[in-house]
Write a protein that binds this ligand. Structure first.
Ligand code: SF4
Length: 72
């Protein structure tokens, strides 16, 4: 993802196939591939999440928040 976008809380918005160096496989992913959909920091597999719309979710990893990105 070349153009990074953030939600109103400063959390990175990610698409299913994005990945970063902080990837950690989620236990709910049967065959975890290195992509946000299989990462424990995204909300893609969480039931009832309203921010999982149109193939996008948010990344909950604090190091990827907007404030952190500005400091890097
Ligand atoms: S969900 Fe976040 S931490 Fe996980 S791979 Fe995607 S950008 Fe990285």
């Amino acid at each position: 993802m070349k153009n990074l976008a953030y939600d109103e809380n400063g959390l990175l918005i990610v698409n299913e196939s994005h990945c970063c160096e902080h990837f950690e496989p989620d236990n709910g992913a049967l065959v975890p591939m290195r992509e946000c959909w299989c990462c424990k920091w995204s909300n893609f597999r969480k039931a009832g999440e309203t921010d999982n719309l149109g193939g996008y979710s948010i990344c909950n990893y604090v190091g990827n928040k907007k404030e952190e990105a500005v400091l890097k």
